[in-house]
Ligand binder design. Structure first.
Ligand SMILES: [Zn+2]
Length: 419
């Protein structure tokens, strides 16, 4: 299955495809639940922690200084050279019934890169560190691991964070022997660059028949909860013209989405209503209340603002048409993150040298690289996701394309650590 041509690069640096495959297989044996497809290493579950402990062992086997910080981030440091370190990695936690490569690829390819560099006799001038962040998938909101490393969240934030089911983050951490009171931010001055390899989780590369993506920016996202309030009433006795039907307001907004995008969107705008609740939610009752989510994304914050404005006016129009009152709660507004231009340019050059012509692209999904990019130079490399499928058991990337990405990451780490 392995194609050694893509695993080879100039300068004698070659990753070992069989070893990478064995590591991917080993991590994905952790978190299987009988009767369920996919992988379950939900943040701070026993399986998540077992995966992290497994990684600690693999990092030690590779001769790295392995440790877990108080919030569960795992580091494997190659103590060599001097000055700020090259950090490379991603995450091992998954969504429920997740796929095999989301996060795992970036962590294990970074580990393989370090082993390959050692075998090739490459001696970096600065330290190299393999990183596996905690709770990237945001069980408790945000991206705890990378945000703790970058000093964006501290003990206060941890103390207040709760998951969807009411479990407190601090309790989940304590149950696993971690210390919610003691996150350990790293000094950004000690980080030369953060590099992340990740599956695209979208269809762009596959549709363009391209094998490598270099991210230039990560889309910003706003998250609203909209409540339309009318009047619940009998579905038989209330004439159509006298209704204040919250469902019809919601439906009008949904139908206006193409127009909103025409007016305020751009090429990479995404607008989603993913969660809806009607009340009383009974077949014979007119909906007195409709509560729904709106998630808007774009790599340009000006477009995000225009999109938000267009959503507000369409919601207002729909509410007026049906005699509804409106409340919009903005749960979060995360601005887009530009990735370091010099790092991206360098990744493009390295990719071209490896005869893996890359596509420059934006990322619609959030990643650890986004957190790091707010503090240190950061680069993000994508490999294709077949059918654009991710966060699902049938998430898949062909082996040669995984190897292409891992080879690029290895050469990138070597290049960034060489000066
Ligand atoms: Zn991921």
């Amino acid at each position: 299955m392995a194609d050694d041509r893509v695993a080879q690069g100039p300068g004698g640096l070659a990753i070992n495809p069989a070893r990478l495959a064995a590591d991917l297989e080993a991590i994905n044996a952790i978190g299987r639940i009988e009767g369920l497809d996919g992988i379950n290493r939900i943040s701070f579950s026993d399986a998540d922690m077992a995966g992290r402990r497994w990684l600690l062992g693999r990092l030690e086997d590779a001769g790295l200084e392995a440790r877990m910080d108080p919030v569960g981030n795992v580091f494997g440091r190659w103590r060599i050279g001097a000055g700020p370190a090259v950090l490379a990695g991603s995450h091992l936690d998954t969504v429920p019934c997740g796929g095999p490569y989301d996060g795992t690829l970036g962590v294990l390819a970074a580990l393989e890169a370090v082993r390959a560099m050692k075998e090739a006799g490459i001696a970096p001038v600065r330290p190299v560190e393999v990183v596996c962040t905690a709770d990237e998938e945001g069980r408790f909101g945000g991206m705890l691991g990378s945000q703790a490393i970058c000093g964006e969240v501290g003990a206060d934030w941890i103390a207040g964070a709760i998951d969807d089911t009411g479990v407190r983050l601090a309790d989940a951490m304590r149950a696993q022997g971690l210390d919610p009171a003691r996150p350990e931010p790293r000094d950004p001055a000690d980080i030369a660059v953060f590099l992340e390899l990740h599956i695209e989780q979208g269809p762009v590369l596959e549709n363009a028949a391209e094998k490598i993506g270099i991210a230039t920016a990560i889309s910003g996202v706003f998250n609203w909860t909209v409540t339309l309030t009318g009047e619940a009433n009998h579905s038989g006795t209330t004439p159509m013209a006298l209704r204040r039907d919250a469902f019809r307001g919601l439906a009008d907004f949904g139908a206006a989405i193409p127009e909103i995008l025409d007016r305020a969107g751009a090429e990479e705008t995404r607008l989603t209503v993913g969660k809806v609740a009607l009340a009383p939610n009974f077949p014979h009752s007119i909906a007195g209340e409709a509560v729904f989510s709106i998630i808007g994304r774009d790599p340009d914050e000006g477009v995000m603002r225009a999109l938000a404005g267009a959503c507000r006016s369409e919601i207002g129009r729909a509410a007026a048409a049906h005699g509804l009152s409106v409340a919009i709660a903005e749960q979060s507004w995360l601005p887009p993150t530009a990735l370091d231009r010099d790092v991206a340019d360098r990744l493009v050059r390295i990719s071209e040298r490896l005869r893996l012509p890359p596509r420059r692209m934006t990322s619609g999904a959030g990643h650890d690289a986004q957190t790091f990019a707010r503090h240190v130079p950061a680069g993000l490399v994508f490999v294709p996701s077949i059918g654009g499928i991710s966060h699902a058991p049938n998430e898949f990337t062909p082996w040669n394309e995984l190897l292409g990405g891992a080879t690029l990451l290895a050469h990138a780490i070597a290049a960034f650590a060489a000066q």
